[in-house]
Design a protein around this ligand. Structure first.
Ligand code: CTP
Ligand code: MG
Length: 234
């Protein structure tokens, strides 16, 4: 099956607080977006569509040129979902992965698990990890209102995989939701779920962590250093 990837990289990274868009922050001398595109290509994805902040297109172009990577660059939107929709318009393959540049260390084997689920007949598949902390619902007054059953909970990662047709339907459906209904669909798979289509869950990986805060960047730097050391010694 031929695959495209839409890589959402149009955010500013306000929580990371760098002086540049988060996707351009470097890890081991390469921008996060370069790591993300490379992992998609290693998983056999033929077309990478990257959504970048509208004011930084030329800068992204330069980064890809320097890295020798061929991608389709698209200006992103005001929200992640808008950015994904703008990227999705350029997809020409029957299957698509939706990924975050911020999950730059996603192992290729995990990407392939998502692809495998779609290739074996599912319309939508997401990687997820068991939750280790106990999760509670907390009221506005900072008191506990509910303790959730941990064994039923998963922390969801990207890439999320879809038949392109299904993701297009989901985005059309999402565009018609009211603002409060849309808040129940924070990711692409949630739109598919709201349409009543099964979303298959495959095993995620701790290494596929999303770099959100400066702490996450420190963790990712350590992981990356370890990965490159073990590649050198193997
Ligand atoms: N993203 C996007 N378009 C937006 C907002 C976010 O493509 N309008 C992308 C980000 O670039 C990121 C992914 O969606 O790769 C996940 O979002 P997040 O981790 O929240 O990144 P930012 O929005 O950049 O960070 P912050 O929320 O801290 O500003
Ligand atoms: Mg954000």
């Amino acid at each position: 099956m031929k695959w495209s990837a839409v890589i959402a990289a149009a955010g500013s990274g306000s929580r990371l607080g760098a002086q540049q868009p988060k996707a351009l922050v470097e890890l081991g001398g390469r921008a996060l977006i370069v790591h993300a595109v490379t992992s998609m290509q290693d998983a056999g994805v033929s077309d990478c569509i990257v959504t970048a902040p509208a004011g930084h297109i030329a800068q992204f172009q330069q980064v890809f040129e320097d890295a020798g990577l061929r991608v389709t660059l698209v200006p992103g939107g005001a929200t992640r979902q808008e950015s994904v929709a703008l990227g999705l318009a350029h997809v020409q393959t029957p299957a698509v992965l939706v990924h975050d540049a911020a999950r730059c260390l996603t192992p290729v084997a995990m990407i392939q698990r998502v692809q495998q689920a779609i290739e074996s007949g599912s319309r939508s598949a997401i990687p997820a990890l068991p939750v280790v902390d106990t999760i509670k619902r907390v009221s506005a007054r900072s008191t506990v209102s509910e303790t959730l059953q941990r064994n039923e909970l998963r922390a969801v990662q990207t890439p999320q995989g879809f038949l392109t047709e299904t993701l297009r339907q989901a985005h059309e459906f999402g565009a018609q939701l009211s603002a409060s209904e849309a808040s129940a669909a924070p990711d692409d798979a949630a739109l598919v779920e709201l349409m009543g289509i099964d979303v298959v869950v495959v095993d995620g990986e701790p290494e596929a962590l999303k770099i959100t805060t400066p702490f996450d960047l420190v963790v990712a730097q350590q992981l990356y250093a370890q990965r490159t050391t073990s590649e050198r010694t193997n």
